[in-house]
Design a protein around this ligand. Sequence first.
Ligand code: GTP
Ligand code: MG
Length: 168
Amino acid sequence: MREFNAVVLGAGGVGKSALTVRFVRDVFVENYDPTIEEEYRRNIEVDGQLYSLEVLDTAGAEQFTALNEVYMKSGRGFILVFSLTQEASLREVDNLRQQIYRVKGGNTDVPIVVVGTKMDLVNEREVQRNTIQDLATRWALPFYETSAKRNWHVNEVFEDLVRQMRDR
Ligand code: GTP
Ligand code: MG
């Protein structure tokens, strides 16, 4: 079985752990417990083939962001997470995206998926779909709106990333 590793990055509280735990364990983590670093592994079937995916859930908290460069060096694929309910978290995705390309020596051929979380919180939404659609087009990156709570489009994120890692 082919093995890949993915790193989940994004600002604090945007829902990185909820997304990861929904994918790995199929439960929703309701309480907010800031992450330091957690590693998970799950098998995932993509286009009839089984893959072993290691997922590194990272800390969004400021005091740990120095580690991001280490994760970026060792990471093969990246999930850049922001909350649809928090406009500022989208800017952090742009920073992370640029930092990844720098750390990878200017190589922009890196598997990345951009994820907007908390799609179920419709009344708290701050980022409109066309805003992120335009950005994702400019960045040439795939984008998904998700809800870990409702389990909307979570698996698609990881499948997309595995396809990218498989194909390059
Ligand atoms: P750090 O580990 O500090 O970087 O935060 P994080 O990005 O891992 O955030 P986490 O997954 O812990 O989620 C923060 C809070 O948002 C928790 O209370 C989650 O239950 C909530 N949350 C995450 N995803 C969703 C979602 O899709 N819908 C709703 N309604 N709440 C969510
Ligand atoms: Mg977390």
